[in-house]
Write a protein that binds this ligand. Structure first.
Ligand code: IMP
Ligand code: MG
Length: 331
C-alpha cells in the first residue's frame, strides 16, 4: 500500500496540476485523491494539447484512474456536474472514474450568498469558509445526504482497506498551499482547510503508506487575496505578465514577490518533502533577475546557476531530491 502526496509549499498556483499529471502518466496509481479544499482551487492541466481547468475533480481522470474527492473536501454540487460535462465535452471519458467520499461536505447556495456579502480577506467567494465552518459547527450537509450525488458516493475505508479490494497505490493531490493553510498560513489570510501532508492523511490514509512527498514551489511567489503582498520593485509587473499570473478560478491578478526561502524551508520540513520542484525558472530568466528573500533580507545572485546551487545547498540532498522546472514543460 502506497501513497504519494503532492503539497504546494507557497500560496497555491505553483503547478501542482502539472506534477499530478506527470506522476499519473508515469506511475501505476490505482487512485488519485483530492484531499482538501473546494472549487476555490483551479488546476490548469495541459492534456494531449488541450487546456483543461478543473476545480473539484482530480487529474487521475485524464488517465483512466479512479479519481476521488476526499473527506477533507467541500463540494459545490452544480460545479461538480458542470466539470464532468466539460471533461466529457473535451473528450475525456469520466464514466465509472469519479467518486466523492461520503463524509465530504457540501457547499450550499447559502454559503455562496454569505461570502458575497462579507469577504474581508479576499476569498475566492466559492463558499469554502462557510461550508467548513458549518462542518465544524455540526450543521453541515455531507455528500452522502445529497440525492443527486448518490451514484458517485464512496466509503474511503471500504475503498482503501476493504477485503478483496487489492492494494491501493494512491496519489494524494492537494489544493491551495502551505502559506494558505488554516493552521500554518498567515492567519487570517488563509483558506479553511489543511493544505499539508497531514491534511492528506486525514482522508483515510495511514501514515505508514506514505512513500514520496512532492513539494511544489515557484522560484518567485504569488498570492491572491486582500493583504498587501507584492514587492515594491516594478519588475513584478513583468513577472506577472511573463508568468501569466492571473487566477484560474477568479481571473484576479496575482501579487508577485521574490521567493521567501525561510517559509519554503519551513514548509518542506513540516510536510516532510523528499521531492522538491521549483517551477517557472524560465520566467525569472526572462525577467533577468535572480533574487530571493532569506531571513527577511533580499539575496541577489549574479546568475541562475548561483541561485540554483545556493538553493540546493540549503537542503540535505540525500533526503531531498530537487528539480528545477519551466513553465509548461512536463517536469
Ligand atoms: P478561500 O479559500 O476562497 O476561502 O480564500 C482564502 C484565501 O485563499 C484567499 O486569499 C484566496 O485568494 C486564497 N485561495 C484559495 N484558493 C486558492 C487557489 O487555488 N490558489 C490561490 N489562492 C487561493
Ligand atoms: Mg490554482
Amino acid at each position: 500500500m502506497i501513497a504519494d502526496v503532492i503539497v504546494d509549499l507557497q500560496y497555491g498556483d505553483c503547478g501542482k496540476g502539472k506534477i499530478t499529471h506527470y506522476l499519473c502518466k508515469n506511475k501505476p496509481y490505482t487512485h488519485v485523491l483530492r484531499y482538501n479544499g473546494g472549487c476555490n482551487a483551479g488546476h490548469t492541466i495541459y492534456h494531449e494539447g488541450k487546456k483543461f481547468v478543473t476545480h473539484h475533480i482530480p487529474a487521475g481522470v485524464f488517465f483512466g484512474v479512479k479519481s476521488i474527492i476526499g473527506s477533507g473536501c467541500v463540494v459545490n454540487v452544480t460545479q461538480f456536474f458542470k466539470e464532468i460535462a466539460e471533461l466529457e465535452a473535451g473528450g475525456i471519458d469520466t464514466k465509472g472514474l469519479i467518486y466523492i467520499a461520503n463524509n465530504a461536505h457540501v457547499i450550499t447556495s447559502e454559503h455562496l450568498y454569505e461570502e458575497e456579502r462579507e469577504n474581508k480577506i479576499g476569498t475566492t467567494k466559492k463558499g469554502n469558509g462557510p461550508a467548513y465552518r458549518d462542518k465544524y459547527f455540526r450543521k453541515g450537509i455531507r455528500a452522502e445526504q445529497v440525492e443527486k450525488l448518490k451514484p458517485y458516493i464512496i466509503d474511503l475505508y471500504e475503498e482503501f482497506h476493504g477485503v478483496g479490494k487489492g492494494k491501493p497505490v494512491i496519489l494524494c493531490e492537494g489544493a491551495q498551499g502551505f502559506g494558505l493553510d488554516v493552521d500554518w498560513g498567515d492567519y487570517p489570510y488563509v483558506t479553511s482547510s489543511h493544505c499539508t501532508t497531514a491534511g492528506a492523511l486525514l482522508n483515510c490514509i495511514p501514515h505508514g503508506w506514505v512513500r514520496d512527498v512532492w513539494g511544489v514551489a515557484k522560484v518567485y511567489e504569488t498570492y491572491v487575496g486582500s493583504k498587501k503582498f507584492e514587492g515594491d520593485d516594478p519588475i513584478f509587473e513583468k513577472i506577472r505578465d511573463y508568468g501569466e499570473e492571473y487566477g484560474a478560478t477568479t481571473g484576479r491578478p496575482r501579487q508577485c514577490n521574490w521567493m521567501d526561502f525561510s517559509l519554503l524551508k519551513k514548509a518542506a520540513v513540516i510536510n516532510q518533502v523528499n521531492k522538491l520542484v521549483f517551477n517557472k525558472v524560465d520566467i525569472l530568466r526572462r525577467a533577468q533577475s535572480w533574487k530571493l528573500i532569506n531571513k527577511e533580507q533580499i539575496v541577489d545572485f549574479e546568475s541562475e546557476k548561483r541561485m540554483k546551487s545556493w538553493v540546493e545547498n540549503q537542503f540535505n540532498q540525500d533526503l531531498v531530491e530537487i528539480f528545477f522546472s519551466e513553465d509548461k514543460t512536463k517536469i
